[in-house]
Ligand binder design. Structure first.
Ligand SMILES: [Zn+2]
Length: 1007
């Protein structure tokens, strides 16, 4: 028999006695090792050595059972899981999982896809030999429960399946790369589940299939391990921060479960859906010591089944209860995480009839053992955290692994004990989703077959398809009844009798053949409903700090028509399931000149870049030709073979009309502008979504840092457009221009070296992350614009450009009460003749996250107006009513000159007084041109939270400021965000393509 070292025995006794002091429920299996199974003595000894306090472990993980055929993680790690100084690369983790697969029939490894940079993602199934042998039969049972239509919603049949099925609990690790502990914890967990013969673990193994993706963000994991290795190689130096995780985004990789634009989301979603898993449990590390944020805080997402809300409570509280009994401090649920946004990876389960779960454990961002000091609010005892974390501790990666594994094992055990309940719930949630049309509505969403933006419509439908939503198409035209709109309150002061005449009546809406129908009588109706419906977050909500975006309505953000239909007749329309969504495209008509209507669809830009040598012009006015109407900005294409264009247009879903004669309309060239894409070294995430959008659209650009801009003189000869997308983090003048201080510390390199082979990937590199744009870089950007370039900025980089004085006559106003937290807002088109507005009609919904408030002025150096408090120029106290003139006794009245009026988004008219020696008056042709403005206060909210919206309502949302020979194009909205804002992409793309003709259509253009 293997015996424990003496000192360790003492420790075990302490834990063991603490456990024995309280009773577990009657008949419940006690956690803890099987005394008959030998323990791996040296491994166990190291577990104890690396655990910094006895209370930081549990009887589930304070030993490792021995096996004479199954290797422990030590064979790959060289030490135990959670050992100091050891962080395995993803491939090391995979190597271990495959060793397990070889050594025991209780483990199987599946490849589930690749990342953007080509690294493999895996899922590891651990269960009894029998369960893994019968995977396919089991999958068939689960598939029936997942889609109750297959058993005709027969509850008795479901009960039979529930009794026979083995449920699947899916665990995902280290999606957030600096949260490093999960891979080793999951290696050891897999070993325990495969090897341990204690009744507690055996029950899990026999009753459940545990599915594990040990590394979700594989590209980011390998970079993080590189950084950690650099740190180990330079122990006395500061180490670089993880400026890139995945190819495109960092922390936002856990905000992609709506758009499913990243490979990791797609791979996990497909695994979850194909395995018909009941749980998706995602592991994070940012809160001491184990925060089960599944229960979270209100508001809960409005589209989840209430059965799920109950499951969160049941599992979450059991989890806290079990670990509390082990005496482990700092285990709690609730906290400040709200469950509103469905963007988190775990929410794949929440809106596909499963159970979403998330842990925050405590990590050191690496494998060093360190003294950690908490903030008072972190160690305070609260009603939901009766045994809070300690104010100051020595903390190790092993401590972290103990918590992660203990939490998971108690959850797996509780889940297994109650598997019939959870499987039945899984079925019930699917059944209730399928019965949605009759039980709660709506019956369907309809996307009309004659939407002017079929390409964008295809994008939104493909997003739904990635969510495994079924889509159908109507064979013929049909009509549905839409409910009466609630009457708006009559305007004050008007004759109310007239307005009251008829109560609003239901209306009939006709849809043409080919309209898309998303039926709500399908198992995954809830995700479709959640994405297509509107959101409302009340300013009075007790939750004052929304955790993430508050609005996301896909139809609005994709600029696509979506109708919510409650009329059940829509389900009787003759329709066919569609498996492939493709917008119609190709060339029609006769002629060698090709016209493409501009409806602000991004595919036009793709086409421009695809055929670099074609002569393409944009019509500056709408026109009619070949019996068709063309919008302003429509393309006229010459010098291109019909067959080439036909093929490309077919692929891109672009409809081209061949014309026999050129239309009589003013045009200008549309060029494939040379783009420099600028990023900072502070953060690359928010710009990453812009990179992803350009890559998807096959629009080439040179990617460079602010440091590169500082070194690049004569930017203008190399580039036409500089895109400087949002930084998203601490992007003030000081941070962007000066960077991180270099007066002390050491250079922080971001480059590939022997100990950092994975850092750079396909992105950028530098010898030192710290220096910023510098004043030289500022000068280069300014010169670039002066010499005819277009500098395009959004949100924080717009604020930066204005703070740096890049444009006159535009000022930034402070927000006082405004709170727009990741919301969908209304905009209105102000200048339809601007190329930036090509293809848009009167307004489009946009994404706004407390965007900067722009105000225009006609006077150089003067701040613009804003509408706050009482109206300016109200009449003074005197005779008469409010609209009357005052009078002065003893003299005739003097008529006051009419006050010039202007709208809030406009540059105010210049007064006669201002014109006296008016050297500050900006000539009309040099003033900023407002292309889009924010909607009026009452129309500003489209989806989400808008509080104090009057501070930004009607202010400019997109501005084109001429400067020298070039332009500064400033966005207050973020037009390119998380793959969800396709409807506003064309604003950016049109600014790029028309970079040298942005003054087209300008009413006050210089003579
Ligand atoms: Zn995290």
């Amino acid at each position: 028999m293997i015996r424990l070292a003496c000192s360790k025995l003492v420790l075990l006794v302490v834990v063991g006695s603490a456990l024995a002091a309280h009773a577990w429920a009657d008949g419940e299996t006690l956690p803890g090792r099987d005394p008959k199974q030998p323990v791996d003595e040296s491994y166990t000894e190291k577990i104890h050595k690396y655990t910094t306090q006895p209370v930081f472990t549990s009887p589930l993980v304070d030993y490792l059972p021995a096996s004479n055929k199954v290797p422990t993680p030590q064979v790959v790690l060289g030490d135990v899981a959670g050992a100091p100084g050891i962080l395995p690369y993803a491939e090391d983790v995979y190597r271990y999982m495959r060793l397990l697969e070889k050594a025991t029939p209780r483990v199987k490894v599946y490849s589930i896809g690749k990342t953007e940079e080509g690294r493999e993602m895996i899922a590891v199934a651990v269960s009894s030999e029998e369960n893994l042998k019968n995977l396919e039969e089991n999958r068939a049972r689960l598939a029936k429960l997942a889609d109750p239509r297959t058993i005709k919603l027969d509850d008795a049949e479901a009960d039979k399946l529930v009794a026979e099925a083995v449920p699947i609990y899916y665990i995902t690790g280290t999606i957030h790369s600096p949260e490093t502990g999960a891979p080793t914890a999951l290696m050891e967990l897999a070993y325990r589940l495969a090897v341990d013969e204690s009744p507690y673990i055996r029950e899990i193994r026999d009753g459940t299939i545990t599915l594990i993706t040990p590394v979700v963000e594989v590209d980011g994991r390998d970079r993080m391990v590189d950084v950690y290795k650099w740190h180990l190689a330079h122990p006395k130096q500061f180490y670089p921060w993880l400026v890139y995780w995945g190819k495109y985004v960092a922390h936002d990789n856990n905000r992609d479960a709506m758009g499913v634009t990243l490979k990791l989301t797609e791979n996990v979603l497909n695994t979850y859906v194909n395995w018909k898993a009941q749980v998706l449990h995602d592991l994070h590390e940012s809160v001491p010591y184990l925060y089960d944020n599944t229960i979270g805080d209100e508001p809960y997402n409005a589209w989840i089944d209430p059965i799920l809300a109950d499951e969160w409570q049941i599992i979450g509280w059991n989890n806290v209860s079990a670990m509390t009994k082990f005496g482990m401090p700092g285990v709690f649920a609730h906290g400040d995480f709200d469950t509103w946004s469905p963007g988190y990876l775990m929410f794949i389960a929440a809106l596909h009839n499963g159970i979403s779960r998330l842990y925050e454990t405590f990590g050191n961002g690496g494998a060093d053992t360190e003294e950690r000091t908490l903030e008072p609010e972190q160690y305070a005892r609260t009603w939901y955290r009766q045994n809070p974390p300690l104010p100051k501790v020595l903390w190790s990666q092993r401590d972290n692994n103990n918590y992660e594994e203990t939490g998971l094992l108690t959850s797996l055990h509780f889940f297994t004990e109650n598997k019939q309940r959870f499987l039945k719930n899984f079925y019930l949630k699917a059944k209730r989703s399928t019965m949605k049309p009759s039980e709660e509505g709506p019956a369907a969403y309809v996307l009309p077959g004659d939407d002017p933006r079929p390409g964008l419509q295809a994008e939104v439908l493909r997003a739904l398809q990635r969510q495994a939503v079924e889509i159908s198409r109507a064979r013929s035209a049909f009509a549905v009844t839409l409910p009466a709109k609630k009457a708006k309150e009559p305007a004050k002061g008007k004759d109310q009798r007239e307005e009251k005449s008829d109560p609003p009546a239901p209306t009939t809406r006709e849809f043409p053949a080919g309209s898309y129908i998303i039926r709500m009588d399908q198992p995954y109706s809830r995700i479709a409903d959640a994405l297509l419906d509107h959101q409302y977050w009340s300013p009075d909500d007790p939750q004052k700090t929304p955790y993430d975006d508050t609005g996301w309505t896909f139809g609005e953000l994709f600029h696509v028509q979506v109708t919510r239909v409650t009329d059940p007749r829509v389900l009787e329309v003759a329709m066919d399931r569609v498996t492939e969504i493709h917008a119609p495209g190709g060339v029609k008509g006769e002629g060698t000149l090709f016209a493409i209507n501009n409806n602000a669809e991004p595919a036009l830009a793709t086409l421009r870049y695809k055929f670099k040598d074609a002569a393409i012009e944009a019509a500056e006015e709408p026109f009619e030709s070949a019996g068709k109407k063309f919008n302003r900005g429509s393309f006229l294409v010459r010098n291109l073979s019909r067959s080439d264009l036909d093929r490309a247009a077919g692929e891109l879903g672009v409809q081209v009309i061949a014309l026999s004669a050129p239309p009589a309309v003013k045009t200008h060239p549309v060029r494939a502008a040379r783009i420099a894409f600028v990023h900072t070294w502070l953060s690359t995430q928010t710009e990453g979504w812009w990179r992803m959008a350009l890559d998807k659209l096959a629009i080439p650009y040179d990617y460079m840092s602010t440091q590169a801009i500082a070194k690049l003189s004569d930017l203008r000869s190399k580039y036409d457009v500089v895109l400087f997308p949002p930084v998203g983090y601490n992007a003030g003048v000081n941070a962007v221009v000066n960077g991180i201080p270099t007066a002390w510390g050491n250079p922080l390199p971001w480059k590939n070296a022997p100990e950092t082979p994975n850092l750079v990937g396909k992105n950028d590199s530098t010898d030192d992350l710290r220096p910023g744009l510098g004043w030289q870089g500022v000068a280069h950007l300014q010169e670039f614009v002066e010499r005819g370039g277009v500098l395009l900025t959004a949100t924080d980089t717009s604020s930066l450009a204005l703070s740096l004085g890049f444009a006159d006559g535009i000022s930034l106003q402070n927000a006082n009460k405004m709170k727009i937290v990741g919301s969908v807002v209304g905009t209105r088109l102000v200048d339809e003749a601007s190329p930036i507005a090509y293809g848009y009609d009167e307004g489009v919904a946009a994404y706004c996250d407390n965007g900067p408030i722009f105000s225009l002025s006609s006077i150089a150096g003067q701040r613009g107006r804003r509408r706050l408090g009482p109206q300016m120029h109200a009449r003074p106290t005197g005779r008469g009513s409010v609209d009357d003139p005052d009078f002065a006794v003893g003299r005739p009245g003097a008529a006051a000159p009419e006050e010039p009026k202007s709208e809030i988004w406009e540059s105010p008219p210049v007064s006669a007084e201002q014109r006296r020696n008016g050297f500050r008056v900006i000539p009309a042709s040099l003033r900023a041109r407002v292309i889009f403005r924010y909607a009026d206060t009452k129309d500003l909210l489209v989806s989400g939270l808008v509080e104090g919206g009057d501070e930004i309502a009607e202010h400019p949302a997109v501005v084109d400021a001429p400067s020298g020979k070039g332009h500064l194009v400033l966005f207050s909205i973020n037009p390119v965000y998380r793959g969800e804002t396709w409807g506003t992409y064309a604003m950016v793309l049109s600014a790029i393509l028309n970079f040298d003709n942005l003054n087209a259509g300008r009413k006050d253009a210089a003579p």
